[in-house]
Design a protein around this ligand. Structure first.
Ligand code: CS2
Length: 480
């Protein structure tokens, strides 16, 4: 049907590039790009974006024929609003031409390298935040000058800039990791030190790694989205993005000072919050939103809910969410000044229940090994220190264990996708279902700090067995 519709074309020239973005997926195209465009509209500046795909050419191939512009569809319960975005000027595919990526990152006009490479893209150990030297990509990046990983590209590009006497860029991590700037700084300087200790010192002194909190719900684009948007605008966009109306970007205002007033886009004119400490915002978002997202992903999937909106509108889940927010998550951290966590939670529920957003529980369930530590386990650990019982959070861990076992409660197989997939499958096949499986999974120190594993073992075990013997709904009802 879409074959008769003409292709979307660029009508506005792309701005001159100031940013290289590693990992140009749907999230950044629906979140960062519009805010950078809004900032340029409000206050000028050359902040065009060169996107980099670290894996496949898919997005480059879809965007190139339309001059790298694309449509963002804002989905509200009342209908959708379409907007064409023009700030992406090119997309490079790292495995095809790593040299071109390094050349772009070494261009003096580039002052920021931003990243959305997902949790696993930093090649670190999720439990400790340290660079994983056993990671095959990191091994390759230590041996070769042409990198394959995000940390490898950052280090090799910074090395070129140092050699050419060009100031470093600001590294702007936009992934859902706690203290994301600090974590990336430690990963990058660790890798740099093993390649060239002088470079590591230069990075420590001159580069900047502001931490950020990013928030917008962006489900994967479907064929139905592509067809609907093409019909609505009379032009075919092969790679539109869809997103909720809400967006929140909180950024530590610490960019490389060498570029003076040109060090960053005026994102405060696009609604972003530039602050001196992101930590309270990060904690709130990772625990209140991403924590309950993962809860809905595992428990919702096992209860037969395909999407977040369907799970969160199920009364037993709605009660469970409210219980988690009020009794197990909010007490674990200090809210940012002036923020009322009760209203924040109520707004989250409305965002989840937006029927126009079809965010699959299966999509959020991916890479749980990389997500649980900051979304669930940190909250649990803080609760334990304060003596707060966390039966809901331990139920979420039990649901994750059931999920990664690869079979749902009816025995149907689950398509488990995880950066530690092979290791998880090994542990699952090497243990009998029940307490033995719970113990075997809790022994994965990449995910569970040993002390925490010991202290949650009985609660997780009880939840796991209870859920297997009855149902997800009964387990949820038993908690609230
Ligand atoms: C989700 C996030 O896929 C996931 O793991 O929890 O992508 C979530 O939608 C965003 O962080 C919302 O800001």
């Amino acid at each position: 049907m879409t074959s008769t519709i003409p292709r979307l074309t660029r009508t506005t020239p792309a701005p001159k590039a100031g940013i290289v973005h590693l990992g140009l997926g749907a999230f950044f195209r629906a979140f960062g790009v519009p805010q950078i465009e809004d900032a340029m509209k409000a206050s000028g500046g050359d902040w065009g974006i060169v996107g980099v795909s670290l894996q496949s050419p898919t997005i480059r191939d879809a965007l190139a024929p339309q001059g790298f512009c694309y449509t963002a569809a804002e989905l509200t319960p009342e209908g959708e609003r379409l907007r064409t975005l023009h700030a992406v000027s090119n997309v490079l595919v790292a495995p095809e031409d790593p040299e071109a990526v390094l050349a772009a990152m070494s261009d003096p006009a580039i002052r920021i390298v931003s990243l959305t490479v997902t949790e696993k893209g930093y090649c670190h150990d999720p439990a400790t935040g340290k660079l994983n030297l056993e990671h095959p990509g990191i091994k390759a990046d230590l041996a070769n000058a042409l990198p394959v990983t995000a940390p490898g590209f950052l280090v090799r590009a910074l090395k070129r800039r140092k050699a050419a006497n060009i100031p470093p860029f600001t590294i702007l991590c936009c992934d859902n990791l706690p203290a994301n700037g600090r974590v990336v700084r430690s990963i990058v300087t660790d890798l740099a030190r093993r390649i060239d200790p002088e470079l590591a010192n230069w990075i420590t002194r001159r580069a900047r790694f502001p931490s950020t909190m990013v928030d917008r719900i962006v489900p994967a684009t479907t064929t139905a989205d592509i067809e609907r948007i093409a019909a609505a605008q009379g032009e075919l966009d092969a790679a539109p993005v869809v997103h909720e109306p809400f967006r929140q970007w909180v950024i530590e205002d610490d960019f490389v000072p060498d570029y003076a007033a040109d060090r960053r886009p005026a994102l405060e004119h696009a609604g972003a919050l530039l602050v001196s400490d992101v930590h309270p915002f990060e904690n709130m978002k990772l625990r209140m939103l991403n924590g309950t997202h993962s809860a809905l992903a595992y428990l919702g999937y096992l209860a037969g809910h395909e999407t977040v909106s369907s799970a969160s509108s199920d009364p037993v889940f709605e009660r469970f969410l409210k219980h988690l927010w009020a009794n197990e998550i909010a007490p674990s951290f200090s809210a940012p000044e002036g923020v009322d966590l009760g209203s924040y939670a109520a707004a989250l529920l409305a965002r989840y229940q937006n029927p126009a957003i079809r965010h699959r529980t299966w999509q959020i369930a991916m890479d749980g090994s990389q997500k649980l530590p900051q979304r669930i386990l940190a909250t649990l650990a803080d609760n334990q220190r304060k003596g707060v019982r966390s039966k809901g959070l331990t139920l979420v861990i039990a649901a994750w264990m059931k999920y990664v076992s690869g079979r749902d409660l009816q025995g149907n197989s689950i398509d488990v996708r995880d950066a530690m997939g092979e290791r998880l499958a090994e542990v699952v096949s090497g243990s009998n279902d029940g307490m033995e499986r719970v113990d075997a999974l809790l022994e994965l120190t990449e995910i569970f700090p040993p002390e925490l594993a010991v202290s949650i073992r009985d609660d997780v075990g009880r939840a796991y067995i209870g859920m297997t013997d009855t149902s997800v709904q009964a387990s949820l009802a038993g908690i609230t």
